[in-house]
Design a protein around this ligand. Sequence first.
Ligand code: KG4
Ligand code: ZN
Length: 309
Amino acid sequence: MLSQAALHAEYGGVYPNLAKREHEKNLPILYREFADVPCDAVAVTVGPGLEPALWQGVEFAKRVAKERGVPLLPTNHMEAHLISSLVEQGELKNVQLPVLALLISGGHTEFVLMRNWFEYEVVGKTLDDAVGECFDKVARMIGLPYPGGPHISKIAKTATTKSAITLPRPMIGSNTCDVSFSGLKTAALYSLRDKTLTDEEKAAFAAEFEEAVGDVFVHKTRKALEDTGARTFVIGGGVAANSYLRERLQKLIADEFDDIEFRLPDLAITGDNAIMIAQCALARALSGKNDESSTELRAIGNLSIALET
Ligand code: KG4
Ligand code: ZN
């Protein structure tokens, strides 16, 4: 596996041109490793994401598909998080519709409803920052490296006291399924100003931060499930690896929605990976819902999962 995480860590975030250059360099290396493997189709992410990086992938995939004479399957990154999270033991079956998905990543935070297979409606979303970005920024404020989400999670588990700092639970009482994280980020910044925390205080602060995020998602998930009448709930995206959030949501479903099935994705597929793209493209292809319009296929940075907008 090739990852750019260590490289981006030096800069404290993902830099579009750096990401593009790395793709340019690494895609052929990665491809050579699989040169002898037979393939029936090439699936490629067309969006959403950083456009220069997406372009590299799309152009490369076009060449490979042409060389091998196989179809090229354009795939939506967020849809791939959703579909791959629904897969159980390698199979996408026994899924009761409608499905409500909470997609939480570094660039997105949204509640997506799937009433019919591969048709999506966004029923709530962040009005500003994505929750993963908030994790990363708050981690940075207390001196943790990028990507900060897993580090926050790790130190929060070691907390033995309650933090003296309390953080807000933005929009928790609002009558929509929308969320907001920029206020939480700013509150964290202000509360840390002119302070040097001990390791124990950092751990307690990380736990308070996770609790604030958890409270928001528990409230909004409850509302979204009640509003939509979903039969299945699933979470996906990098932040879906967070063990505290997983536990909070598991408890919500067990305590209040025992007729709803909660599909918790394997940790290995929560963060960005190639399997989720292949799984999503395959599922669509098998259902006959993949458009193989390889000639006009292009990268779209702000591609939505929903039909309209
Ligand atoms: O889906 P993903 O791999 O990439 C995007 O599509 O953005 O999500 C990356 C995000 C980062 O913000 C990272 O800090 C966060 O997922 N993340 C976590 C955890 N593992 C990854 N956030 C909280 N707790 C974790 N355990
Ligand atoms: Zn992602």
